[in-house]
Write a protein that binds this ligand. Sequence first.
Ligand code: DGP
Length: 115
Amino acid sequence: MEEHCIFCQIIAGQRPGEIIHQDDRLIVLRDINPQAPTHVLIIPREHMESLNDAAQSDEALLGYMLRTAAKVANQEGLAENGYRVVINTGPQAGQSVYHLHLHVLGGRPMRWPPG
Ligand code: DGP
């Protein structure tokens, strides 16, 4: 746990958060500032600053995060119309919380390319 990390604090129960699913490897949290009708975050319990820090030993975890994204999207009723999975990495991509997380967004039409 990183003491000053918002997501580590939520995982540790030191900060409130709407957690809709959790297990031994990750939590699924509703985003506090949703950018779509459904906007959830898939967050590994282990602190890792960004995708850049993922090692070969994290490959199973990364795959599990993606599969969880699909499962949650289905549970949220997004499977038919579609949804988007995003990992912002670094300042130009708009990463604001430096604890790896995956966004799952859906419930409205989306444009490409993203802004
Ligand atoms: P990113 O910009 O890709 O690093 O995404 C960080 C997301 O985390 C952003 O969409 C807002 C969300 N967020 C920041 N602080 C909190 C918080 O305290 N609680 C929750 N639920 N979400 C947060």
